[in-house]
Write a protein that binds this ligand. Structure first.
Ligand SMILES: [Zn+2]
Ligand SMILES: [Zn+2]
Length: 763
């Protein structure tokens, strides 16, 4: 030990999965009196309180802020090499900073649960070996009286590196009893070892000739690519632009109308990176709802090992997929929100499909982040291009393009001969309406069916009716735990709350006065029933969360429509997610009005996106589509603008409104959200938090506290305090100073609260 090393003790600064907003210092693990070298990104075990916990080394330090004698020593190494490379660790540290969240929880969010608990980075296999004594005994013909043990010992002694348990399972079923006996005699032993070569633990990839590719991991697309269509001129110029910008950071906003062929652009860009031996990360809003995108990547790159990461995986599957990613085996990684943290080595491209989709934002729980925004930060840190694609880009991304931070690529035309649909408003005030359908809409449906077309009817509510009301006294069925009404699910005979999941039998009569009750308003179930009545004999399919809970059920419905077996499709937002129904010639939007007068400044943007996405389902084949939008407010400027100028025109107007109102993207927001069992506790906490802010900078405003629009949900009262600033730096400096004081408030212990930076929903 030289004297320099003795003076500068290296400390491990580690992240621990706790809500505490800090890192912790530990003395390094010692082995034979010498410190074990630790590397940032490695998992270690440390004592924490009275427990032993898994921690991740974030940095090596020479000095600690903790008092000298109080430093504890790490107790074990978990990894021999880091599970986070420096760039990923930097991204997580940045995210903890930006979202003002406990770094330990941020880093934990980037690991599958089993890895958080210390599961090894590489899959371990159970191996059995003969010991030296065992070999000697075997040579002497032992054990003579136990033929099964003798046979097994022979097998183990003959294999230089031993035998995998799976091998033994196949070769001699029932071997374990003999193995235990041999182990008891000290003649054989079991070991957990990394499997030699690439792990075979399959992520949900198709069994392709993976092994061949794994042998030449940096090689080009050895297995070739699936059939690819010729690129249209607009696609070619988008691909050319990205390629010409080279392999460095650049954020591209690929704004392509529905049916314009965005996916083909992703595929070409991905192919280029795969050919160069680099890996590609594709983020999608919901795997279950975008099977077509995953299928297209699979068909184009049939032999490229891929990993698919989403919330439907079991813990074991998730760990296996993570291992496929971290060891570099998976060259194409597709996943939902948290896949933005996938430890993909040598990443060459990030794609975010449907970048406007709200599900990229984690909006509950502790760590609330935007996977889309972090994808851009990650690409920037890695110096690689990122492509954000959408038919209806978020106003944030459009603004970034206008400001020159992103480059916009437009695909304004549909592929092949498909024509964009014609949009028309139906003024409900002058119509006779039956079960939500105007006579004009019914007439149009008739016409399109007679013309061998298919019809899509969109309504944003599932269930039979949103309300059950008494015909005499005015009682409506409320949820006992929410400020909401129960939804009628007629075929199931239930009343259900869509906010908390409460579920009870449908009453036959009013519990208050005993008179008859009736469902009021429309949901998908009722619209389906009413269409079945009007169009007797026409097969109808329905697509919402009540009929589709699994990918297989979704596929069945999509197949029924795509094959033409169903002529009418009734559905919620689920119908907008990337399905291709080329024979749909008419789309009817039943209730466009819900987004027109909301208190949430983003409601109009959502409504416009939904209308454009639903409309995009019409006329994708070679027949032109027609879109009818039912409304009681045909003069509303949003609807009028959308119809006259399309999404671009709408976006221009909406951005202008945001600018004059000072809303994002022209300001930055953070919401301090709180909930408690009483409204008072929630509001008292937020009021105290506001007082704790003291004097705030001129460029910053505190708005609230105010109860949430749906204040009581599942028995808890929700409220929020908004922090708004035109300057991002001012906002973050304020949060840095303010949060520790909020945390220290006595009221903070009586409420559940979280900070939401760049909130998407102002409820
Ligand atoms: Zn009544
Ligand atoms: Zn409820």
């Amino acid at each position: 030990v030289d004297k320099d090393a003795a003076v500068t003790t290296t400390l491990w600064r580690v992240a621990i999965d706790t809500p505490l907003r800090r890192l912790f210092d530990y003395l390094p693990l010692e082995q034979d009196g010498a410190p074990v070298p630790g590397v940032p990104g490695m998992r270690v075990r440390v004592p924490f309180g009275r427990r032993s916990v898994v921690a991740v080394i974030v940095s090596l330090e020479s000095e600690s802020t903790a008092p000298e004698g109080r430093l504890r020593r790490a107790s074990a190494m978990i990894d021999a090499q880091p599970v986070f490379d420096p760039a990923l660790l930097a991204l997580l540290t940045w995210a903890a900073d930006y979202y003002h969240h406990a770094p330990g929880e941020v880093i934990a969010a980037a690991l599958p649960r089993l890895a958080r608990e210390g599961a090894p980075r590489t899959a371990l296999t159970e191996w059995w070996l003969a010991t030296a004594a065992g070999r000697a005994q075997h040579a002497a013909g032992e054990p003579r009286r136990a033929p099964r043990q003798r046979e097994l010992l022979g097998r183990l002694a003959a294999a230089a590196t031993g035998c995998a348990a799976t091998e033994l399972d196949a070769a001699s079923p029932g071997w374990r009893e003999a193995a235990r006996a041999l182990a008891g005699r000290g003649w054989a032993l079991a070991q957990q070892q990394p499997e030699p070569g690439m792990t075979a633990a399959a992520a949900p990839t198709d069994a392709g000739p993976d092994a061949g590719l794994a042998a030449t991991p940096a090689g080009p697309l050895a297995g070739g690519v699936g059939p690819a269509p010729e690129l249209a001129a607009q696609q070619q110029s988008a691909v050319d632009a990205v390629v010409a910008a080279g392999d460095r950071f650049h954020a591209w906003l690929l704004h392509g109308i529905t049916g314009s062929g965005k996916t083909e652009v992703y595929l070409r860009l991905a192919q280029r990176q795969l050919e160069r031996g680099r890996r590609v990360l594709v983020l999608v809003p919901e795997i279950g709802l975008t099977p077509q995108l995953v299928a297209r990547f699979a068909a184009r790159f049939p032999t490229v090992p891929r990993a698919v990461l989403h919330s439907g995986l079991t813990d074991t599957q998730r760990l296996a997929a993570w291992r496929e990613v971290i060891d570099g085996h998976a060259r194409l990684v597709l996943g939902t929100r948290s896949a933005v943290f996938a430890p993909v080595p040598d990443l060459g491209l990030i794609v975010v499909d449907e970048e406007h989709d709200a599900s990229f934002k984690q909006h509950d729980g502790g760590f609330r982040y935007s996977a889309r925004d972090l994808a851009v930060v990650r690409a920037q840190a890695l110096g690689v291009p990122v492509v954000l694609g959408s038919a209806t880009p978020s106003l944030e991304s459009l603004h970034n393009a206008l400001a020159g931070r992103y480059t916009r690529l437009s695909l304004p035309r549909r592929a092949a001969h498909a024509q964009p649909p014609r949009l028309r408003l139906i003024d409900l005030r002058g119509e006779s309406v039956h079960a939500g359908l105007s006579s004009t809409a019914v007439g149009a449906i008739e016409r399109h069916l007679a013309d061998a077309g298919q019809v899509l009817v969109y309504i944003n509510r599932r269930g039979y009716a949103p309300t059950l009301a008494c015909t005499a006294c005015g009682w409506v069925a409320p949820c006992a735990d929410c400020d909401a009404r129960m939804t009628v699910h007629l075929s199931a005979g239930r009343l259900r709350c869509h906010h908390c999941g409460a579920d009870r039998p449908l009453p036959n009569q009013c519990p208050q006065c005993g008179y008859a009750v009736r469902p009021v308003g429309q949901g998908t179930e009722r619209v389906e029933a009413s269409l079945a009545e009007t169009f007797a004999g026409v097969p109808i399919a329905r697509l919402d969360r009540d009929v589709v809970r699994h990918a297989a059920e979704l596929e069945a419905v999509v197949d029924r429509v795509a094959s033409g077996a169903a002529r009418i499709l009734v559905g919620t937002q689920m119908v907008t997610k990337g399905h291709d129904f080329p024979n749909v010639t008419l789309v009817v939007v039943l209730n466009a009005d819900h987004g027109l007068f909301s208190t949430d400044f983003r409601a109009a943007e959502r409504l416009a996106q939904t209308i454009v996405q639903v409309a995009g389902r019409a006329g994708r084949g070679d027949r032109p589509g027609e879109v009818l939008i039912q409304t009681e407010y045909p003069e509303h400027p949003l609807l009028a603008g959308l119809l006259a100028e399309g999404f671009d025109g709408f976006a221009e107007r909406a951005l202008e409104e945001r600018r004059s109102a000072g809303w994002p993207p022209f300001s930055r927001l953070a919401a301090l959200r709180a909930s408690a069992t009483t409204a008072e506790a929630t509001l008292e906490f937020l009021a105290a938090a506001r007082r704790a802010a003291g004097h705030v900078p001129a460029a910053l405003r505190l708005l609230g506290p105010a109860p949430a629009a749906l204040a009581r949900r599942a028995g808890r009262h929700h409220a929020q305090l908004l922090v708004e600033s035109t300057e991002r730096a001012v906002l973050h400096r304020f949060l840095d100073r303010w949060l520790p004081t909020v945390e220290a408030l006595p009221e903070a212990r009586r409420t559940r609260w979280a900070l939401d930076v760049d909130p998407l929903e102002l409820f």
